[in-house]
Each structure stands twice: as C-alpha cells, then as structure tokens.
Design a protein around this ligand. Sequence first.
Ligand SMILES: Nc1nc2c(ncn2[C@@H]2O[C@H](COP(=O)(O)OP(=O)(O)OP(=O)(O)O)[C@@H](O)[C@H]2O)c(=O)[nH]1
Ligand SMILES: [Zn+2]
Length: 325
Amino acid sequence: MLALLAIETADALRLAEFDPAGVAGVLLSSGRAATLRLDNQREAATPDAPVLVERASWLDFDAATALADPAFDLAVPLKGPYRAVTVPAPDAAAAALRLARIAGILPAFFVRAGDASDALPVAAIDAHEDAGRLRIAARARLPVAHAEDAEIVAFRTPEAADEHVALLIGQPDGRAPLVRLHSECLTGDALGSLKCDCGPQLDAAIAAMQADGWGILLYLRQEGRGIGLVNKLRAYALQDQGFDTVDANTRLGFAIDARDFRVAARMLDLLGQRRIRLLTNNPEKVAQLAAAGIAVIERVPHALPPNRHNERYLATKRDRTGHQL
Ligand SMILES: Nc1nc2c(ncn2[C@@H]2O[C@H](COP(=O)(O)OP(=O)(O)OP(=O)(O)O)[C@@H](O)[C@H]2O)c(=O)[nH]1
Ligand SMILES: [Zn+2]
C-alpha cells in the first residue's frame, strides 16, 4: 500500500503534513529517470518500470519540483547525487503514474507507506482505461458546415469524464466506411495552431467522407497524444528550448505516444462497423485496430501540405514515430 502526494498539486506545507518525518521518496517514471541520468543505477535500469528516488536531506519541496518538472532542467543545474532505491509496491507505483497521465498532471509523486483506510485499488485505475466499459450515451442529428447530413453519437464509461464522439457522415451504402481516428488537439482544432497538422486533417477528413458518400469521424479525447492539454503545452515549451516532440514527451516522463486506440475499436464495434477504410499515415493505428478485431481493408493516406511552423514536427513524425509521410 502506498500513500501518494502529487508534486504538481502540492506545496511545502502539504508536504510537511503528508510526511512529517521527511522520509517520503520521489516516484518518477523511467523516462524522466533516464533524462535525469538515473538509469545507470541498477534500481532505475528496468525499462518502463517506475523509479523511486531516495529522500536525501536536501531534497525539499523545491528540489523535488525540479526533479518532476523538466521546465527547470536547463535553468536550474540539478543538485544530486540522486540515489534510486527499490520501489516497494511496483504495481501500485505503476498505476499511480498511469493515474497522473489520466489526470493530466506531471507523473511525479512523494510516496510513503500507506494504510488501508480509503485506499484506491489498482483495479479502479485500470477501469478508467478499460475501453470495454464504453457505452453509447446519446445520439442526435448534427448538420455541420461541410456535411449537412450528419449524426453525432457520444460515448462514455461510468468512470471517465472523457466523452468520445463519432460523427456519422452521409448514409451507409454497404461499402466499408471511410473512417478517421482524430485525437483531440484544442490548439489545432479550435484555435487554428500552425504547429501541427490537426486542424487541416480534421477538415480534410470530413470533406473526404462527404465526397465518398459516407464515413465515420471518431473524435477521441486524447489531447496531446494522451497526456492532456497542460502537459502538451509543457512539451511545446520544451520544443521552444530545442527538443523535438518525441524527446519533449520523454523528458516530461511520458510515453512518446500515450494513446490506446482500443477505445476507437470499441466505438466502431458499438456502431456495428468492423470493416473499414482508414484515413491515416500512422501504421500504429492500423495495427492497434487490427489487434482489437477491426478489419482495416485499406489505409488511405492523409497528408496535408506543411507550413513553416510544422515542418520539423512532420519530419519528426516521419523519422522517429513511423508515420508514412
Ligand atoms: N504530446 C504532444 N502531442 C502533440 C504534439 N503535437 C500534436 N500533438 C497531439 O497529437 C495528436 C495528433 O496526433 P499526430 O501524431 O499528429 O497524428 P496521428 O494521429 O498519430 O497520425 P495520423 O493519423 O497520420 O494523423 C493530437 O492529440 C495532438 O494534440 C506534441 O508536440 N506533443
Ligand atoms: Zn494538433
């Protein structure tokens, strides 16, 4: 049993209440630990396993914040040496790091031994990520600017606040539908950001479905490839320091791509569409859908013209994350 205090939402006073004895270590992800060069220590060398940094006397709240938040990596020369020690409950620790991702906060906690009173079981965190628990919650006609004959279907689970939606465009005609898995991007979808290609991809997907007669746009609430808006903006700030989109995610302590496309497979299943043509440049989407029982009979490329702000981002997708661009 672990007691946890998220570093992002704590302060020195709350830390003192949580851990009067000053013994709580700092739990980090393996990616963050590697950035801090802890991975040459045996206790921090297992790929993808959580890492616990021993509480040294100088490791106060501010020092822990610098451990947790890469915004300080270049500005604050980190103190040390850090010592990685055995993680007492590795499954609970891993679940805590998943919970941080779900909550959209930095994956870094003070940890000490906990007791059973109001403990959150690991299974409760797993349920948040269980696509099998998605149900159709509501559906209605929704004419949109470039597809007047459209219907919106909203999905949710009893646990998660995310409301994924499907926009069904046109009428089924017996052919496998053109499908797009679009991950939420507030900056690109709503504000017209030029840093990525999301906005134009969203518009082009709806246009392609309209032209083809019918299709299904899945709008997945996976902002920032699953790390949430605030963390994506932290990644953007790191990109302003020169790191690319892949290294920025790792420095924050997240997977390069934290999305789970079983959500999309489940939505297609609930819509009764198990044979599709998929608009994407990302082979991982095809692979994850296929693994979840959706037959992707065709991959339809979905590349749009670059601009001077997203050229490097698109090159990184091509060179480092396997996008077929
Ligand atoms: N973490 C992070 N997320 C980003 C960044 N830029 C865009 N995103 C998010 O990435 C998601 C879009 O994914 P992309 O990787 O552009 O494309 P894809 O969906 O993998 O592949 P395609 O189907 O080929 O478009 C959206 O959720 C965006 O918010 C970034 O620099 N960092
Ligand atoms: Zn975007």
